[in-house]
Design a protein around this ligand. Sequence first.
Ligand code: HEM
Length: 351
Amino acid sequence: MAHILEWIDQRTGINGPIRAFLNYPVPKYVTRNYLYTLGGLSLITFALQVITGILLTFYYDPSPEGAYNSVDFITYQLPLGWLIRGIHHYGASAMVVLTSLHMLRTYFFSAYKKPREVNWLTGVLLLFLVLLFSFTGYLLPWDQKGYWATKVGTEIAGSVPLIGEAILRLMRGGENLGQATLTRFYATHILMLPAAVGLLIAAHIYLLRHHGMAPPLTERGRALAHKFVPFFPFWVVKDAVLGLGLLALLVYLSYTARAPLEFPADPTSSNYVPRPEWYFLFYFQMLKYFPGELEPVATVLIPLFIFGSMILLPFFDRSEERRPWKKPVTTIAGLFYIIIILIFTVLGATG
Ligand code: HEM
């Protein structure tokens, strides 16, 4: 083994950078706190999505005539197809949950402050792309749920004043949902988004290494700030063990409740009530409060305000203070968003 590594190193010079990456000193206050594992777990989930996604493409047929049957075949006939699709299906939810929790961790720890503004911005973009992953993946089985949710989703985009019509046509590839829509969603889902998210994660981790972790918040953390352990094995093993636990949970969910597949898409059905995936329910619920002419408030103003304030946050909140209990404005704003999203999700699920 040592000979092989030496042979490779002599021809590539790769051993030095790998050793530096693995021996990177991680402060002990980081390895002692499980909240710092959320970023790594988001990364592990992304890797699982890429692996299961590639396997799914071997059998998936991206055409309105064949998509449904190919997903049905994967779920009910292909050996272990249920498992691959199940991990991909539940993994999508896990990725949204873990990325959001990781964002909340960095938000409440004020990790977006100087000099980590750009890393925060790559994170905001990552969160947006993770949501786009889910939105584009939803249509692919070409069943009732995906078809009607996408019809409503593209209509929401179409209601944006001035440019809405152009966005709708760009997304659908025409007036209605059809082959062009499926091709566009498929290409975005399996090519553009993985490439963009992969590159952004690389930039995110490069910046993380460049600046190191943001300073600790508590006295106890500060006492550990000058003690370090190497990235490998301490942090890697901890994340890997949690990652295996997550994989076990995804396998369990896939086994006990097969990834859903409704009836084939029927563009003529008039009584189907469209429902988004659970993590978009809060938005679906919010839309109900802005009917008719007020719709652009929910489709343009509120999303612009939320993403705009996330982008501007590090440039406005520039004080030295990082402890959430000493920063009532950002802490209350964060809690307010969390509570509203939870309430709207429950209302959207039960209403
Ligand atoms: C695919 C999504 C993402 C991946 C794979 C990822 C990965 C990571 C990893 C591994 C870390 C170090 C460990 C940790 O703090 O948990 C980290 C740190 C960080 N992430 Fe992310 N992240 C993602 C999304 C986000 C989002 C959505 C935000 C915020 C909007 C964000 C902002 C940050 C910041 C500011 C840090 C530095 C934390 C510090 O210095 O304490 N990340 N990320």
